[in-house]
Design a protein around this ligand. Structure first.
Ligand SMILES: Nc1ncnc2c1ncn2[C@@H]1O[C@H](COP(=O)(O)OP(=O)(O)OP(=O)(O)O)[C@@H](O)[C@H]1O
Ligand SMILES: [Mg+2]
Length: 308
């Protein structure tokens, strides 16, 4: 299916696809918008990740007549941790959903390790991938939602091993072994046989994280992973994500937890009204925001005692 991309964008993506064949051998240089707000800091030296470079280039998305992403560009290096903050309705979830092609973009393009997400270039045009290829591509991208989305009729372990068995054709024994390792990693090995209804919200979310890890994704997307949790359960989930942040998987996290953003992000991205207003280190964004919109947002959401 031909898309509505402009020919110049298709040409740019075609050029990019030629320069970066989808074999992970190369990645485009980080994009930079004209505000200079896009490039994430290089991952700290301790992280040796070599995969999971995300490049979002001038992405636009409308619902009906409303444009909710107005040309968003962002690069996250392998192993980088980008935390997206911003007011309700600013387009954070929509942006995350474009990264795994749950939402089609109307303009611009996204690559992971140089491979176009959701499209391929034929001739000088972008064509949407077939459903089967979209699903295959999505195995590179784990996503954790606010509402856990576990299968209620499957145990914790069965939830974790379902996709590896179905999508990756792993043997049941191998998937179980790996599934138990992952449940151990999120502190839930002893609850492997529990059903979601027998688990707390925090435990369910940790199962959801283990499930997202089970396909060994290049990147993990989190959309407000703690906002459905009782306050006393928030930290157990954030602690798991903190551990992941050290592990070299690229993370893109939408959250309202500013303390978490300050401690874990390489890059904090502030979005408002479908645009990235500014991005930078936690120090840049929390302590020295350049834009009035950023300052005004943080003055409403950050407690006076917040230390940067
Ligand atoms: N499927 C849809 N159909 C129509 N409009 C949509 C759809 N999804 C999102 N929108 C609109 O797009 C805008 C951005 O929504 P989005 O969910 O991305 O915001 P958000 O920053 O994640 O907000 P929140 O912090 O409340 O989760 C909103 O105005 C929303 O109403
Ligand atoms: Mg949202």
């Amino acid at each position: 299916m031909t898309t509505v991309f402009s020919s110049s964008e298709a040409a740019a993506a075609a050029h990019l696809a030629e320069a970066n064949p989808a074999n992970g051998s190369g990645s485009p240089s980080p994009s930079q918008d004209d505000k200079g707000t896009t490039a994430a800091r290089p991952a700290p030296a301790a992280k040796t990740a070599t995969r999971g470079q995300v490049d979002i280039t001038n992405v636009r998305k409308s619902f009906g007549a409303t444009e909710v992403l107005k040309g968003v560009s962002l690069s996250v290096p392998p192993g980088g941790v980008a935390v997206i903050v911003g007011p309700s309705g600013s387009g954070k979830s929509t942006l995350l959903r474009t990264i795994n092609h749950l939402e089609k973009v109307d303009g611009g393009y996204i690559t992971i390790d140089g491979e176009l997400v959701g499209y391929e270039v034929r001739g000088n045009k972008l064509h949407e991938l077939r459903e089967k290829d979209i699903l295959k591509q999505r195995t590179n991208i784990g996503m954790v939602f606010q509402s856990f989305n576990l299968f209620p009729h499957l145990t914790a372990l069965e939830n974790v091993i379902e996709a590896p068995i179905v999508a990756q054709k792993r043997s049941k024994a191998e998937a179980r072994k790996r599934g138990l390792e992952l449940l151990d990693r999120v502190g839930l090995k002893d609850r492997a046989d529990a059903y979601p209804r027998q688990l707390s919200g925090g435990q369910q979310q940790r199962v959801a994280i283990a499930r997202a890890l089970a396909l060994d994704p290049k990147i993990l997307l989190f959309d407000e992973p703690t906002s459905a949790l009782d306050p006393e359960l928030v930290n157990e989930v954030l602690d798991v994500i903190r551990e992941l942040a050290k592990s070299g998987t690229t993370l893109i996290v939408v959250t309202h937890e500013m303390g978490f953003a300050r401690d874990v992000a390489d890059t904090v991205v502030f979005m408002d009204q479908g645009q990235i207003v500014e991005s930078g280190t936690p120090q840049d964004i929390f302590a020295n925001p350049r834009e009035e919109r950023t300052r005004s947002f943080f003055s409403k959401v950050i407690e006076p005692a917040f230390n940067i």
